[in-house]
Structure formats: C-alpha cells, structure tokens
Ligand binder design. Sequence first.
Ligand code: ADP
Ligand code: MG
Length: 236
Amino acid sequence: NLSAEGYRRRHEITVTGDEVPLPLTSFEATGFPAEILREVHNAGFSSPTPIQAQSWPIALQSRDIVAIAKTGSGKTLGYLIPGFMHIKKCRNDPRLGPTVLVLSPTRELATQIQDEAVKFGKSSRISCTCLYGGAPKGPQLKELDRGTDIVVATPGRLNDILEMRRVSLNQVSYLVLDEADRMLDMGFEPQIRKIVKEVPARRQTLMFTATWPKEVRKIAADLLVNPVQVNIGNVD
Ligand code: ADP
Ligand code: MG
C-alpha cells in the first residue's frame, strides 16, 4: 500500500515488529463506531495524528505497544479509543472493578486524561474514575464504589487504595503506562511494579513515553510481551 507507506515517510513514523498493520490515515478508516466518530468530529478534529494513525490498528489487534512520541502528539486518544473498544468487547461488570487501568505521573495529567475519557467516552457509556494524591480519599472511594470501566491513577494513591482493599484490579486486561519516562524520573518504579503484580498476566499492555532511555527500555522488557514499537520523529 503505497499511500500508507508514503504517510509513514512524510510523518517520520518508524515501526519495529512482526507484520505491523499500516497506519489508518482517516477517522473513517478506523472502523470506530458512529458515536466515537461523532465525538471526534464534534471536537473539530479533521484527521488522526500520526501516533493515533499508527497506534490504533496495532492496539485494535490486542497487541502490546511501546509508543515514543513527543508531548502534544495526541497520545491520550491513541490509547483511550482502543481502550473503549476493548471495554465494549469484554462486557465486564464495572462494579467488580475496572477493565482499563491508566497510570499517570501527576494529578494534573491524570485529570486531563480523565477529562478526555469522559468527553469521548460518554456517548459510549464508558465510565472513568480518577485517583490521585493531595486530595481526600473519601470522594474517590465513593466513586469507585459506584463502579467504573476505567481507572486513571497516580501510582502512589492507587497503592494506598489497593492496600485498603477498596479496589480490585483482577478484571484489568488493558494496562496503560502513560508518560513512562516521567513516572520513572519521579521514582515511581517500585510503585508501578507493585501495582502490576495485581493485574492479571493475561492482558494487553501499552507504554507511552516521550523519550527512550535504558530505564524505560528495562521496564518495557519486563512488563510488555513482544511489543510493537512505534516512533514518531527522531526521538531517542
Ligand atoms: P500527548 O499526550 O501526546 O502530549 P495529548 O493527547 O494531550 O498529547 O493531545 C494534545 C492535544 O491534541 C489535546 O488537546 C487533544 O485534544 C488534541 N488532539 C488529540 N487528537 C487530535 C486530532 N486527531 N486532531 C487534532 N487535535 C487532537
Ligand atoms: Mg500525554
């Protein structure tokens, strides 16, 4: 497919892995349901960003991904929309715990992800709960008790709540490590490893990062299975 190959070249997309699907260069090509297409249209987006175009078809094949792309490239929807599709396919009871878990380094970023999940997932009846430190646990626990499809959390607060046995991760089958490089810089590696021990091994794992230093490579090698690597531009 020449035009998809040309798209990769123009947008400096490089991929490593077996039989990597070609990028989906339009929203229509994704096969996303009408309610999702309506939301991206309402948001005023004209086409997928390069990281979305290349990550979506890989994520939709239920494969593990490492995506390396700079800030502002649209990584959030890169993992959220396939996460919505995953939730619909699993049809888990949200009262038994989340199906999708997103780990994020800070309260600000976690809230931004939550806002995006609510905005784009509402019409698909996807629910999302955000857990972060520096705020009382009460309202967060109350929200968890109502049931949730997605949890977006900072590692410290999620571990506190896990120790209280107020959330179960045994339904999680789609795990996202967002801003993995920043989480490691902030010293969250032990917390992340502790959380991942509570997530079933049979899962899809997606890692998003702006840089690719050896600490990030190491945790990717430990937590992901035969991942497809996607790079946008010459980030290293
Ligand atoms: P990153 O996580 O890579 O830093 P974000 O996911 O936060 O980037 O996206 C940056 C901004 O781009 C957000 O405001 C988001 O709503 C917007 N955005 C996401 N996808 C698209 C798209 N396909 N077209 C236009 N804007 C988009
Ligand atoms: Mg981001």
